[in-house]
Design a binder for this molecule. Structure first.
Ligand SMILES: Cc1cc2nc3c(=O)[nH]c(=O)nc-3n(C[C@H](O)[C@H](O)[C@H](O)COP(=O)(O)O)c2cc1C
Length: 269
Protein backbone atom coordinates (compact mmCIF):
# COMPACT_ATOMS: atom_id res chain seq x y z
CA UNK A 1 0.00 0.00 0.00
CA UNK A 2 1.27 3.48 -0.81
CA UNK A 3 2.19 5.49 2.21
CA UNK A 4 0.60 8.82 1.26
CA UNK A 5 2.13 10.68 4.17
CA UNK A 6 5.68 9.80 3.16
CA UNK A 7 4.93 10.14 -0.52
CA UNK A 8 3.74 13.73 -0.12
CA UNK A 9 6.87 14.51 1.91
CA UNK A 10 8.98 13.10 -0.92
CA UNK A 11 7.02 15.12 -3.49
CA UNK A 12 7.56 18.27 -1.47
CA UNK A 13 11.30 17.68 -1.66
CA UNK A 14 11.22 17.81 -5.46
CA UNK A 15 12.04 21.31 -6.57
CA UNK A 16 10.51 22.18 -9.90
CA UNK A 17 11.78 25.03 -12.00
CA UNK A 18 9.43 27.36 -13.87
CA UNK A 19 9.65 25.36 -17.10
CA UNK A 20 8.74 22.12 -15.34
CA UNK A 21 5.83 23.77 -13.55
CA UNK A 22 4.55 25.16 -16.87
CA UNK A 23 4.87 21.68 -18.42
CA UNK A 24 2.88 20.13 -15.58
CA UNK A 25 0.21 22.82 -15.80
CA UNK A 26 0.01 22.35 -19.56
CA UNK A 27 -0.45 18.62 -19.15
CA UNK A 28 -3.21 19.20 -16.64
CA UNK A 29 -5.05 21.94 -18.52
CA UNK A 30 -4.52 20.93 -22.16
CA UNK A 31 -7.68 18.87 -22.67
CA UNK A 32 -9.73 21.64 -21.07
CA UNK A 33 -8.04 24.30 -23.13
CA UNK A 34 -8.83 22.52 -26.38
CA UNK A 35 -12.47 22.13 -25.42
CA UNK A 36 -12.62 25.81 -24.44
CA UNK A 37 -11.10 26.74 -27.81
CA UNK A 38 -13.67 24.59 -29.58
CA UNK A 39 -16.57 26.01 -27.59
CA UNK A 40 -15.72 29.61 -28.46
CA UNK A 41 -18.18 30.67 -31.09
CA UNK A 42 -19.77 33.66 -32.79
CA UNK A 43 -23.09 34.58 -31.20
CA UNK A 44 -25.02 36.47 -33.85
CA UNK A 45 -28.02 36.87 -31.59
CA UNK A 46 -29.28 39.58 -29.23
CA UNK A 47 -27.70 39.71 -25.76
CA UNK A 48 -29.54 40.68 -22.60
CA UNK A 49 -29.13 44.46 -22.37
CA UNK A 50 -30.26 44.45 -18.78
CA UNK A 51 -27.72 41.95 -17.55
CA UNK A 52 -24.46 43.87 -17.26
CA UNK A 53 -21.06 42.23 -17.23
CA UNK A 54 -19.38 42.62 -13.86
CA UNK A 55 -16.39 44.92 -13.63
CA UNK A 56 -14.39 41.92 -12.45
CA UNK A 57 -15.16 39.98 -15.64
CA UNK A 58 -14.44 43.00 -17.84
CA UNK A 59 -11.12 43.29 -16.05
CA UNK A 60 -10.29 39.62 -16.69
CA UNK A 61 -11.10 39.96 -20.40
CA UNK A 62 -8.89 43.04 -20.66
CA UNK A 63 -6.09 41.33 -18.76
CA UNK A 64 -6.29 38.34 -21.10
CA UNK A 65 -5.92 40.79 -24.01
CA UNK A 66 -2.97 42.48 -22.37
CA UNK A 67 -1.08 39.17 -22.16
CA UNK A 68 -1.51 38.42 -25.84
CA UNK A 69 1.69 38.05 -27.84
CA UNK A 70 2.38 41.08 -30.05
CA UNK A 71 5.19 41.57 -32.55
CA UNK A 72 8.22 43.02 -30.74
CA UNK A 73 5.95 43.20 -27.68
CA UNK A 74 4.70 46.48 -29.13
CA UNK A 75 1.31 46.07 -27.43
CA UNK A 76 0.02 48.12 -30.30
CA UNK A 77 -3.54 48.59 -29.11
CA UNK A 78 -5.96 50.53 -26.95
CA UNK A 79 -9.39 49.34 -25.91
CA UNK A 80 -12.55 51.34 -25.35
CA UNK A 81 -15.17 49.55 -23.29
CA UNK A 82 -18.60 50.97 -24.04
CA UNK A 83 -21.20 50.07 -21.43
CA UNK A 84 -23.14 53.31 -21.27
CA UNK A 85 -26.74 52.44 -22.25
CA UNK A 86 -27.35 55.70 -24.07
CA UNK A 87 -24.20 55.36 -26.16
CA UNK A 88 -25.01 51.75 -27.00
CA UNK A 89 -28.46 52.81 -28.12
CA UNK A 90 -26.92 55.47 -30.36
CA UNK A 91 -24.66 52.83 -31.91
CA UNK A 92 -27.64 50.60 -32.56
CA UNK A 93 -29.31 53.38 -34.49
CA UNK A 94 -26.27 54.05 -36.62
CA UNK A 95 -26.56 53.70 -40.39
CA UNK A 96 -24.33 50.83 -41.43
CA UNK A 97 -24.61 50.48 -45.19
CA UNK A 98 -23.18 47.27 -46.56
CA UNK A 99 -20.75 47.81 -49.40
CA UNK A 100 -21.11 46.25 -52.82
CA UNK A 101 -17.66 44.71 -52.41
CA UNK A 102 -18.74 43.09 -49.16
CA UNK A 103 -21.83 41.54 -50.72
CA UNK A 104 -19.88 40.19 -53.69
CA UNK A 105 -17.01 38.78 -51.66
CA UNK A 106 -19.17 37.53 -48.80
CA UNK A 107 -21.24 35.59 -51.31
CA UNK A 108 -18.22 33.47 -52.15
CA UNK A 109 -18.00 32.25 -48.54
CA UNK A 110 -21.64 31.21 -48.29
CA UNK A 111 -23.20 27.78 -48.39
CA UNK A 112 -26.91 27.43 -48.96
CA UNK A 113 -27.50 24.19 -47.13
CA UNK A 114 -25.98 22.36 -44.19
CA UNK A 115 -24.86 19.59 -46.55
CA UNK A 116 -23.02 22.04 -48.77
CA UNK A 117 -21.36 23.65 -45.74
CA UNK A 118 -20.28 20.31 -44.26
CA UNK A 119 -18.84 19.28 -47.60
CA UNK A 120 -16.97 22.54 -48.10
CA UNK A 121 -15.74 22.64 -44.48
CA UNK A 122 -15.09 26.40 -44.76
CA UNK A 123 -17.30 29.48 -44.82
CA UNK A 124 -20.67 30.08 -43.25
CA UNK A 125 -24.29 29.22 -43.82
CA UNK A 126 -26.21 31.85 -45.81
CA UNK A 127 -29.19 31.59 -43.47
CA UNK A 128 -27.10 33.13 -40.70
CA UNK A 129 -27.40 36.50 -42.38
CA UNK A 130 -30.34 38.87 -41.96
CA UNK A 131 -33.48 37.66 -43.71
CA UNK A 132 -33.59 40.77 -45.88
CA UNK A 133 -30.21 39.87 -47.30
CA UNK A 134 -31.43 36.42 -48.21
CA UNK A 135 -34.75 37.50 -49.70
CA UNK A 136 -33.35 40.34 -51.68
CA UNK A 137 -29.84 39.33 -52.49
CA UNK A 138 -28.75 35.81 -51.97
CA UNK A 139 -31.81 33.85 -53.08
CA UNK A 140 -32.23 35.59 -56.45
CA UNK A 141 -28.53 35.15 -56.94
CA UNK A 142 -28.83 31.44 -56.39
CA UNK A 143 -31.52 31.18 -59.05
CA UNK A 144 -29.79 33.22 -61.68
CA UNK A 145 -26.25 32.29 -60.82
CA UNK A 146 -25.37 35.97 -60.63
CA UNK A 147 -24.51 37.98 -57.60
CA UNK A 148 -27.20 40.65 -57.56
CA UNK A 149 -26.12 44.07 -56.41
CA UNK A 150 -27.99 47.21 -55.48
CA UNK A 151 -31.30 45.39 -55.05
CA UNK A 152 -32.11 47.02 -51.79
CA UNK A 153 -30.10 49.31 -49.63
CA UNK A 154 -28.75 46.71 -47.29
CA UNK A 155 -28.07 47.70 -43.73
CA UNK A 156 -26.06 45.95 -41.14
CA UNK A 157 -27.61 45.76 -37.73
CA UNK A 158 -26.13 45.78 -34.27
CA UNK A 159 -28.01 43.46 -31.97
CA UNK A 160 -28.60 44.56 -28.37
CA UNK A 161 -25.79 44.06 -25.85
CA UNK A 162 -24.71 45.41 -22.46
CA UNK A 163 -21.10 45.97 -23.57
CA UNK A 164 -19.24 46.75 -26.74
CA UNK A 165 -15.46 46.52 -26.93
CA UNK A 166 -13.62 48.62 -29.48
CA UNK A 167 -10.03 47.65 -30.23
CA UNK A 168 -7.93 50.54 -31.57
CA UNK A 169 -4.48 50.68 -33.11
CA UNK A 170 -2.10 53.23 -34.51
CA UNK A 171 -1.39 52.49 -38.20
CA UNK A 172 1.48 54.98 -38.20
CA UNK A 173 3.43 52.87 -35.70
CA UNK A 174 4.07 49.70 -37.66
CA UNK A 175 6.02 46.70 -36.42
CA UNK A 176 9.68 47.09 -37.50
CA UNK A 177 10.18 46.56 -41.24
CA UNK A 178 6.78 44.91 -41.54
CA UNK A 179 5.29 45.81 -44.92
CA UNK A 180 1.70 46.98 -44.44
CA UNK A 181 2.17 46.37 -40.70
CA UNK A 182 1.33 42.74 -41.36
CA UNK A 183 2.91 41.69 -38.05
CA UNK A 184 1.15 44.44 -36.11
CA UNK A 185 -2.22 43.40 -37.52
CA UNK A 186 -1.56 39.73 -36.75
CA UNK A 187 -0.85 40.83 -33.19
CA UNK A 188 -4.27 42.44 -32.97
CA UNK A 189 -5.76 39.09 -33.93
CA UNK A 190 -3.97 37.50 -30.98
CA UNK A 191 -5.44 40.15 -28.67
CA UNK A 192 -8.92 39.48 -30.04
CA UNK A 193 -8.60 35.73 -29.58
CA UNK A 194 -7.27 36.01 -26.03
CA UNK A 195 -10.22 38.19 -25.07
CA UNK A 196 -12.68 35.91 -26.86
CA UNK A 197 -11.40 32.84 -25.05
CA UNK A 198 -11.52 34.57 -21.70
CA UNK A 199 -15.08 35.78 -22.35
CA UNK A 200 -16.04 32.21 -23.30
CA UNK A 201 -14.47 30.80 -20.16
CA UNK A 202 -16.53 33.26 -18.11
CA UNK A 203 -19.74 32.02 -19.71
CA UNK A 204 -20.15 35.13 -21.83
CA UNK A 205 -21.17 35.28 -25.48
CA UNK A 206 -19.32 37.32 -28.05
CA UNK A 207 -19.93 38.61 -31.56
CA UNK A 208 -17.42 40.42 -33.75
CA UNK A 209 -18.78 43.30 -35.84
CA UNK A 210 -16.19 44.28 -38.41
CA UNK A 211 -18.48 46.76 -40.15
CA UNK A 212 -17.87 49.22 -37.31
CA UNK A 213 -14.40 49.69 -38.78
CA UNK A 214 -15.82 50.84 -42.13
CA UNK A 215 -15.04 54.46 -42.93
CA UNK A 216 -18.48 55.98 -42.22
CA UNK A 217 -19.13 54.04 -39.00
CA UNK A 218 -15.58 54.57 -37.80
CA UNK A 219 -15.85 58.29 -38.33
CA UNK A 220 -19.07 58.49 -36.32
CA UNK A 221 -17.76 56.30 -33.50
CA UNK A 222 -14.49 58.21 -33.27
CA UNK A 223 -16.45 61.41 -33.04
CA UNK A 224 -18.78 60.13 -30.31
CA UNK A 225 -16.00 58.62 -28.20
CA UNK A 226 -13.37 61.32 -28.70
CA UNK A 227 -10.93 58.90 -30.27
CA UNK A 228 -7.81 60.73 -31.53
CA UNK A 229 -7.59 61.15 -35.29
CA UNK A 230 -4.41 59.03 -35.69
CA UNK A 231 -5.99 55.89 -34.24
CA UNK A 232 -8.07 53.42 -36.23
CA UNK A 233 -10.68 50.90 -35.17
CA UNK A 234 -9.18 47.45 -35.66
CA UNK A 235 -12.25 45.49 -34.63
CA UNK A 236 -15.32 45.83 -32.41
CA UNK A 237 -17.21 43.13 -30.59
CA UNK A 238 -20.34 42.77 -28.50
CA UNK A 239 -20.11 40.82 -25.26
CA UNK A 240 -22.98 39.74 -23.06
CA UNK A 241 -25.26 37.05 -21.75
CA UNK A 242 -27.69 35.09 -23.87
CA UNK A 243 -30.69 33.10 -22.72
CA UNK A 244 -29.44 30.20 -24.84
CA UNK A 245 -26.26 29.79 -26.86
CA UNK A 246 -26.54 30.49 -30.59
CA UNK A 247 -26.99 27.14 -32.34
CA UNK A 248 -25.66 26.67 -35.84
CA UNK A 249 -23.53 24.28 -37.78
CA UNK A 250 -19.85 25.08 -37.35
CA UNK A 251 -17.37 23.47 -39.65
CA UNK A 252 -13.61 23.15 -39.79
CA UNK A 253 -11.27 21.47 -42.21
CA UNK A 254 -9.63 18.23 -41.11
CA UNK A 255 -5.98 18.56 -40.21
CA UNK A 256 -5.10 16.46 -43.24
CA UNK A 257 -6.68 19.15 -45.45
CA UNK A 258 -4.10 21.77 -44.55
CA UNK A 259 -1.12 20.16 -42.80
CA UNK A 260 1.98 19.28 -44.79
CA UNK A 261 4.98 17.51 -43.29
CA UNK A 262 8.39 18.77 -44.35
CA UNK A 263 7.26 19.20 -47.96
CA UNK A 264 4.12 20.76 -49.41
CA UNK A 265 3.38 17.53 -51.27
CA UNK A 266 3.69 15.41 -48.15
CA UNK A 267 0.45 14.95 -46.20
CA UNK A 268 1.48 12.13 -43.88
CA UNK A 269 4.33 11.75 -41.46
C1 LIG B 1 -11.24 39.42 -37.87
C2 LIG B 1 -12.62 38.82 -37.79
C3 LIG B 1 -13.71 39.54 -38.26
C4 LIG B 1 -15.00 39.02 -38.16
N1 LIG B 1 -16.08 39.79 -38.54
C5 LIG B 1 -17.32 39.32 -38.31
C6 LIG B 1 -18.45 40.14 -38.58
O1 LIG B 1 -18.36 41.29 -38.99
N2 LIG B 1 -19.69 39.61 -38.36
C7 LIG B 1 -19.86 38.34 -37.88
O2 LIG B 1 -20.98 37.94 -37.68
N3 LIG B 1 -18.78 37.55 -37.61
C8 LIG B 1 -17.55 38.01 -37.81
N4 LIG B 1 -16.46 37.22 -37.51
C9 LIG B 1 -16.67 35.87 -37.00
C10 LIG B 1 -16.38 34.81 -38.05
O3 LIG B 1 -17.34 34.86 -39.07
C11 LIG B 1 -16.40 33.48 -37.33
O4 LIG B 1 -15.35 33.45 -36.40
C12 LIG B 1 -16.28 32.28 -38.27
O5 LIG B 1 -17.38 32.22 -39.14
C13 LIG B 1 -16.20 30.97 -37.51
O6 LIG B 1 -17.32 30.81 -36.68
P1 LIG B 1 -17.18 30.66 -35.10
O7 LIG B 1 -16.67 31.97 -34.57
O8 LIG B 1 -18.55 30.40 -34.58
O9 LIG B 1 -16.23 29.55 -34.84
C14 LIG B 1 -15.19 37.73 -37.61
C15 LIG B 1 -14.07 37.02 -37.14
C16 LIG B 1 -12.82 37.56 -37.22
C17 LIG B 1 -11.64 36.77 -36.66
Amino acid sequence: MIDLYHLSAEVKKVVLDDKQITKLLNLYFMPELLSLIKSRQSSRIPFDENKPISQEDIHKILEAGSWAPTAHNMQNFEVIVVNDKELLEQFREMELPVSETFIRENYLQLSFSEEELKKKKTGVLGTMFPKAWLDHMIMPAKETGNVPLNIIEPRNQIYPCPTLFILLYNPQKRAPASEGDFLGIMSLGCVLENMWLMATSLGLSMHVISSLSDDAAEHEIKDKLNIPEHLKIAISFRIGYTAAEAKYTRVRRDLSDFVHYNNYNEKEL
